[in-house]
Design a binder for this molecule. Structure first.
Ligand code: ZN
Length: 129
């Protein structure tokens, strides 16, 4: 529903965020897609691209194909909780289930790049009005 790419626009780091029309079905869906894509922007802009794009293969869902997406799924899980939207069945969110990363088939000890998580934690606390 969204994609983010580095861009040559202006000096320094710039990013283009693409949003599919299906992202606009509701305020809640659009907010989730934008939080997800902003997670990518933060990772890329902090120089965490290589870590973020490191592939993983043991996740239970294709929403968890690399470490960046694991961090983003954690953050958007918090974002949905913050806004009371966890049970809306929005597209693009891995089910949190019980036990978080373990439920997703990922051993927490494998995920030691804490910067990927810490750098986007603030987005999980954003309250949409
Ligand atoms: Zn993504």
């Amino acid at each position: 529903m969204g994609a983010t790419q580095p861009s040559q626009w202006m000096a320094g780091n710039s990013y283009k965020m693409y949003l599919s029309s299906s992202a606009f079905v509701s305020k809640e869906q659009l907010s989730l897609v934008m939080a997800h894509e902003l997670g990518h922007v933060v990772h890329f802009s902090l120089g965490l691209t290589a870590d973020a794009l490191t592939k993983i293969t043991n996740g239970k869902t294709n929403l968890l194909d690399n470490w960046g997406h694991v961090a983003i799924q954690r953050m958007t899980r918090d974002f949905l909780n913050t806004n009371g939207w966890s049970n809306l069945g929005l597209s693009g969110q891995a089910a949190s289930g019980y036990g978080g990363l373990g439920y997703w088939g990922i051993q927490p000890v494998q995920f030691n790049n804490i910067e990927l998580i810490k750098s986007i934690n603030f987005l999980g606390n954003v309250k949409i009005h």
